[in-house]
Ligand binder design. Structure first.
Ligand code: PMP
Length: 448
């Protein structure tokens, strides 16, 4: 079958038709022997190529916050595509870009009132790191080049994001990364906090490790601390009570910028526009993407405080303040999608809805405690992680098998090693939460 025909039909793809596409973050050869292909999506569900409806327990990849196929977003993209398909993002723009930046500034914590647009979370992280260095240089502190992040952190796949990544497997194959990076410990300690609900009460003191790193390197060499307020891909670790506050205080005392990577937590995931709002801690920069457009068009951004923006705007008026940007920054289709997504979030009161249903989500997640193989359960907002005891000699096998059984049963969840990760669209209803956790319970009972 010619490749073009394969792509447009619902008939299964031949191995030959699958050869050209190199899937990211996927064991390609294994995938191509048993591909998982979707041909449609609506609301809480995907439609697989074989016609099976699959409840989306991951909001795609932590991103389809209002559920799939939101009509208003679809219409906005179509209308925009017909009206203005593209305009260079360098030295020109279009009105929707300004409107969107204003709308995002409105829902961000107060003081974070400027937005630099990108096309992904990875670009947002690299952009934020460059803004941080640019900021210090603009203020005559060019010695501030060091970044401090955390073990188990995921900050995307760009060279900057990878350099501050705390996931060893992601870093290993690529040779030297940025050298001026240090990592704090992650905050997960099963002995102290197994099965804790929401923010663990233990662990704020781990922020004091930052003081130790500052003593070693001297604060005058440090540009920024970057953390996910809730560690996401690394295993869903909500911040210990008081931890983010302590990081903020130490950064303030030492002239260091604090960056929250909110690529997952942004746009409602923890029951507020941003985790910064939810936890009441305001960073200097927020990186975001994913839910910005409800994932309908790739888009990301860095939300920047007035302090940082003003420092970079202080030079001569006729010069570019930051030599940085992407062809598709503030792409018209992405802006249209994002404006419509914000309307949908507002009309559905989606962030409030996530906050309202979170206790039910928490109860359903923790009710799994007596199921087989479970060693920890964590949750916050509409996020959860379930750690399974690894099978002897086969780490990751039990997690993968459990996710695969859930899929065959009609539920999409994600396994990262032996940790099951859950992040459903925020429109999930009570019965769907019950059905999702019942499916996980069935899978756990069946896996050896
Ligand atoms: N930062 C965080 C916290 C993320 O979770 C992700 C993606 N999961 C990224 C950055 C990278 O985003 P993208 O895949 O859009 O580049």
């Amino acid at each position: 079958m010619p490749v073009s025909q394969a792509a447009s039909s619902n008939t299964p793809l031949t191995r030959e038709a699958m050869e050209a596409f190199w899937l990211p973050m996927t064991p390609n050869r294994q995938f191509k022997s048993k591909p998982r292909l979707f041909v449609g999506a609506e609301g809480m569900h995907y439609v697989a190529q074989d016609g099976q409806r699959i409840l989306d327990g991951m909001a795609g990849l932590w991103c389809v916050n209002a559920g799939h196929g939101q009509r208003r977003i679809v219409d906005a993209i179509q209308t925009q595509a017909a009206k203005l398909d593209f305009v260079s993002s360098f030295q020109m723009s279009h009105p929707a870009a300004f409107e969107l930046a204003g709308r995002i500034a409105q829902i961000a914590p107060s003081g974070l009132d400027h937005v630099f647009f990108t096309n992904s979370g990875s670009e947002s992280v690299d952009t934020a790191l460059k803004i941080a260095r640019g900021y210090h240089r603009a203020r005559g502190e060019a010695s501030r080049i060091r970044f401090i992040s955390r073990a188990k952190a995921y900050h995307g796949m760009g060279w900057g994001g990878l350099s501050v990544s705390g996931i060893v497997r992601h870093r290993r194959d690529f040779g030297p990364l940025l050298p001026e990076v240090d990592h704090l410990s992650h905050t997960h300690n099963p002995e102290q906090m197994a099965f804790s609900r929401g923010q663990p009460s233990w662990g704020a003191h781990l922020a004091d490790e930052l003081e130790k790193l500052l003593a070693i390197h001297d604060p005058s060499t440090v540009a920024a601390v970057i953390v996910e307020p809730v560690t996401g891909s690394g295993g869903v670790f909500p911040p210990p009570v008081g931890y983010l506050e302590r990081l903020r205080e130490i950064c303030d005392r030492n002239g260091i910028l604090l960056i929250f990577d909110e690529v997952i937590t942004g746009f409602g995931r923890v029951g507020a526009a941003f985790a910064a709002n939810a936890f009441g801690v305001t960073p200097d920069l927020i990186t975001c993407a994913k839910g910005m457009t409800n994932a309908a068009v790739p888009m990301g951004g860095v939300i920047v405080s007035g302090k940082v923006y003003d420092a970079l705007m202080a030079g001569p008026e006729n010069t570019i303040e930051l030599f940085h940007g992407y062809t598709y920054s503030a792409h018209p289709l992405a802006c249209a999608a994002a404006l419509a997504a914000l309307d949908v979030y507002q009309d559905l009161a989606l962030f409030e809805q996530a906050r309202r249903i979170a206790p039910l989500w928490e109860a359903a997640a923790h009710a799994l405690k007596d199921a087989p193989h479970i060693i920890d359960i964590r949750n916050i907002g509409l996020l959860a992680a379930i750690d399974l005891r690894p099978r002897d000699g086969a780490p990751g096998a039990r997690g993968a098998e459990c996710a695969s059984r859930c899929y065959d049963d009609g539920f999409l969840i994600r396994a990262s090693g032996d940790t099951l990760l859950l992040s459903p669209p925020l429109i999930i209803e009570e019965e769907q939460i019950a059905a999702l956790f019942a499916a996980i319970r069935r899978a756990l009972a069946a896996v050896g």
